[in-house]
Design a protein around this ligand. Structure first.
Ligand code: KIV
Ligand code: ZN
Length: 553
């Protein structure tokens, strides 16, 4: 059954002198949200009036100026919703409602009724023009399809005359435009527009839908450029695009379609809609934003957008959804984590005015996301990521040589559980293996006698006394431990630094020791650098003793 020969490639239009590939996007299109119509029609449970109102308010808040609010002639809840918006004066003065209707007289009449009293509105009429629908569904000639469209356009014009107090815009969609013979699509749209006479001041939108996405976005862009070149009233008509996402390129097609000459984009927040959805306006707006272009929508609170969309549609956003998904500002791989850490530091140190951070195409804070979510640790992470989590979440800075020790512990843990480890889990491993020490190994006090280059020292550790000598306090304690436990003890790495500024700042010491053949690490914080260093050594040493003896001998 899985036989590719069952399918034929889409035949692209010949447009060898296409101009769109030489263009770039430098401004936002006119946006029109169709969440409350196309998006709503595709829901298992269509939104109730309360949910529609919540989503409408969000769309207004985000800055949409044109909102398709329903198909009032086909659905009573949609009719009621449009009436509520108008009767309760819920539409801001700079927002235009849009409603959809088929090209049928009774439906157009009811559509106007639903909009009675609106200050401004777009009435959107459509009929399918695609070859497959014309031949197989309607069984009509091209002229028959054109007649339906023109008749619909006439009814729209006549209906508007009965409600002169409203400022009307007419919109026509040759549904399944991408599957329509281009010259036929142009002929139909020319005839519709001739009926509306935009040259006399009537606002007209021609909306070109990729009702089903049938080819690559460049083929769609060629269709749009061809349409714009050959369509009679290009200068008087706004060209709108309405792409769906069957091949996963709904946004790309809309973007290339804009390059090819379109002015306006219809889509939904986060891509809800029929089958794989409508083109996702959040993605496209964020694409513009990340290129330094004002998207003319306020997406600074993506978590709120997600919450409202999920509550209204009852569809969860995928964790890897572009720009918005839960995981899109999260790096799992160690090399990515390390690069992000260094790059963010560089950004800060160089006070860079433009965002240019490795692996993060935008600053997550711009859209209400937090740096805290940037790094998560699993078995694919490396040393840098683990250290970054301690630094970021607990303000614990470790010397580089300790990163590997900690990372090994984390790695063993995540391999054992097979799951990601939380920042608190990492801190727990750090505390258990590097910080915690039994009372028997706690430094109670110490006394140093400096004599020329030598120090002789007494240490009270737990309930015991130790004595030793050396070039410094650490060496004296190391000597004392070696003697008392009759073992090899070598300090391999040592690091200490003040925690904060001022004379009363605590000190942190980190030590790596080899006890016989075992390597151990520990860290300690104390009121002075010597006490911190001595405790770090005692802690590390105590861990070597934990399986052999308890406490100081
Ligand atoms: O996808 C589509 O073609 C539509 C039209 C009604 C514009 O939703
Ligand atoms: Zn659609």
């Amino acid at each position: 059954m899985f036989d590719y020969q069952k399918y034929r490639p889409f035949t692209p239009l010949a447009l060898p002198d296409r101009q769109w590939p030489n263009k770039t996007l430098t401004q936002a299109p006119v946006w029109c949200s169709v969440d409350l119509r196309d998006g709503n029609q595709a829901l298992i449970n269509p939104m109730n009036v309360k949910q529609k109102m919540r989503l409408f308010d969000l769309l207004v808040e985000l800055g949409f100026k044109e909102i398709e609010v329903g198909f009032p002639s086909a659905s009573q809840p949609d009719f009621d919703f449009v009436r509520t918006l108008i009767d309760e004066d819920r539409v801001p003065s700079d927002v235009t409602l849009q409603v959809l209707t088929q090209a049928r007289h009774d439906l157009i009449e009811r559509t106007y009724l639903s909009l009675k009293g609106a200050k401004r509105a777009i009435v959107h009429v459509y009929n399918s023009t695609s070859t497959v629908q014309r031949e197989q569904v309607f069984k009509m000639s091209p002229q028959g399809i054109l007649d339906i469209a023109v008749q619909g356009a006439k009814w729209l014009r006549e209906g508007a005359m009965r409600y002169p107090q409203t400022e009307w815009t007419f919109q026509y969609s040759p549904e399944s435009f991408t599957g329509t013979d281009m010259d036929h699509a142009i002929e139909v749209c020319d005839a519709v527009v001739a009926e509306w006479q935009p040259e006399k001041g009537r606002k007209v939108i021609i909306n070109l839908p990729a009702t089903v996405e049938v080819s690559t976005p460049n083929v769609f862009a060629d269709q749009i450029e061809y349409f714009c070149r050959h369509f009679n009233q290009r200068d008087h008509v706004q060209i709108s695009l309405h792409t769906h996402n069957d091949r996963g390129c709904g946004v790309a097609a809309a973007e290339l379609g804009l390059l090819a000459g379109a002015d306006r984009i219809e889509g939904t927040l986060l891509g809800n809609g029929e089958r794989t959805g409508n083109m996702d306006i959040v993605t496209m707006a964020m694409n513009l934003y990340s290129q330094g272009v004002d998207p003319k929508l306020d997406l600074s609170n993506i978590p709120n957008i997600i919450a409202v969309v999920e509550a209204c549609t009852d569809i969860a956003i995928a964790p890897r959804h572009p720009w918005a998904g839960e995981l899109v500002y999260t790096a799992f791989s160690g090399s990515h984590q390390d690069a992000i850490r260094k790059s963010m530091q560089y950004h800060k140190d160089h006070k860079q005015t433009h965002w240019n951070v490795a692996y993060l195409p935008i600053d997550p804070r711009d859209i209400g996301r937090r740096y805290e979510a940037v790094v998560r640790i699993n078995s694919q992470s490396g040393k840098g990521g683990v250290a970054l989590v301690l630094e970021r979440d607990f303000n614990i800075e470790l010397p580089k040589w300790m990163h590997a020790h900690l990372s090994r512990l984390v790695q063993a843990d995540v391999e054992k559980t097979g799951e990601e480890i939380s920042p608190h889990g990492i801190k727990g491993l750090y505390d258990t293996h590097f910080v915690s020490v039994s009372d028997d190994w706690k430094l109670r006090n110490y006394h140093l006698n400096h004599h020329e280059q030598q120090v002789s020292a007494q240490f009270r550790v737990g309930n015991s006394e130790l004595k030793g000598q050396g070039a410094g306090a650490l060496e004296a304690l190391s000597g004392a431990l070696k003697k008392s436990y009759n073992c090899e003890l070598e300090i391999v790495q040592f690091d200490q630094h003040a925690l904060g500024a001022g004379s009363d700042a605590n000190a942190q010491a980190c030590v790596e020791v080899r006890v016989n053949n075992e390597i151990l690490c520990a860290t300690a914080i104390a009121g002075d650098t010597s006490a911190a260093a001595l405790q770090a050594l005692l802690t590390a040493f105590s861990h070597s003793r934990s399986s052999t003896a308890q406490g100081v001998a």
